[in-house]
Design a protein around this ligand. Structure first.
Ligand code: SF4
Length: 232
């Protein structure tokens, strides 16, 4: 029976990426992609997701993951309000089968979502990313696509993955659940079938602290109970 609500679900679409940014909090690319089975297991009892984020790696290297997510939500009658995709934009600089499939997946997501008020695709085009995209990028056809062009200072870089090697990077993150605010817990599903409670962890840290899906599904129940108690 569906009953769980998730405020923000983050799906690690793939660990592959065309770039090797110096500040990358994930670390080096890995040949791993999200499996439909992992998403099905996590979402089995979920009835509502306020926002779903597709991240990576570069999410548009694996549009199949977005297609699978849409199919799982439709089959399971899971309501989704909005989505966010963080991309380096490279796939959509040229018209290829892969880029067309990604555009179709975005259209499918938009039509799945009930609200879309905060829906956004963000192309990271900072100097840290090497400015790989143009204004003609195919994603610019969507009114909800934005470029992130800020010149981040080292102090704003998260000290995870390769970011930990940048002199002056000082932001640290943890994987703790804040039980005082069960409504604000991030649910990050990774390609290894593990769940973390923070979306800014490196692949290495995720291996150390990620919870296997069986335990994570149980934990989702507890977070949901805490949320209901807060509402009572
Ligand atoms: S920061 Fe993004 S674009 Fe750069 S290497 Fe990491 S995943 Fe790829």
């Amino acid at each position: 029976m569906n009953q769980i609500m998730i405020t923000r679900l983050i799906i690690e679409t793939t660990r592959q990426c065309q770039l090797m940014c110096n500040h990358c909090l994930r670390g080096d690319s890995e040949k791993l992609t999200m499996s439909r089975g992992h998403m099905e297991q996590l979402l089995e009892n979920v009835e509502f997701i306020d926002n779903v984020t597709f991240t990576g790696g570069e999410p548009f290297l694996n549009p199949e993951c977005i297609e699978d997510f849409i199919s799982i939500c439709r089959l399971g009658s899971i309501e989704v309000n909005s989505f966010f995709i963080a991309t380096n934009g490279i796939v959509h600089e040229t018209d290829t089968d892969l880029s067309r499939r990604g555009l179709a997946a975005v259209c499918g997501l938009y039509s799945l979502c009930a609200d879309n008020e905060v829906t956004q695709i963000r192309i990271s085009n900072t100097p840290w990313h090497g400015e790989n995209t143009s204004q003609e990028n195919l994603l610019s056809a969507f009114s909800f696509t934005h470029w992130e062009g800020a010149d981040w200072i080292p102090a704003s870089i998260i000290a995870e993955g390769r970011g930990a090697g940048i002199h002056g990077s000082s932001r640290t993150v943890d994987n703790n659940i804040n039980w005082d605010y069960p409504d604000e817990v991030d649910v990050y599903l990774n390609c290894e079938g593990k769940v973390c409670w923070n979306c800014d962890l490196s692949y290495e840290t995720q291996r150390l602290c990620g919870l296997h899906l069986d335990g994570a599904v149980h934990m989702l129940d507890q977070i949901n109970d805490a949320r209901l108690e807060e509402c009572a």
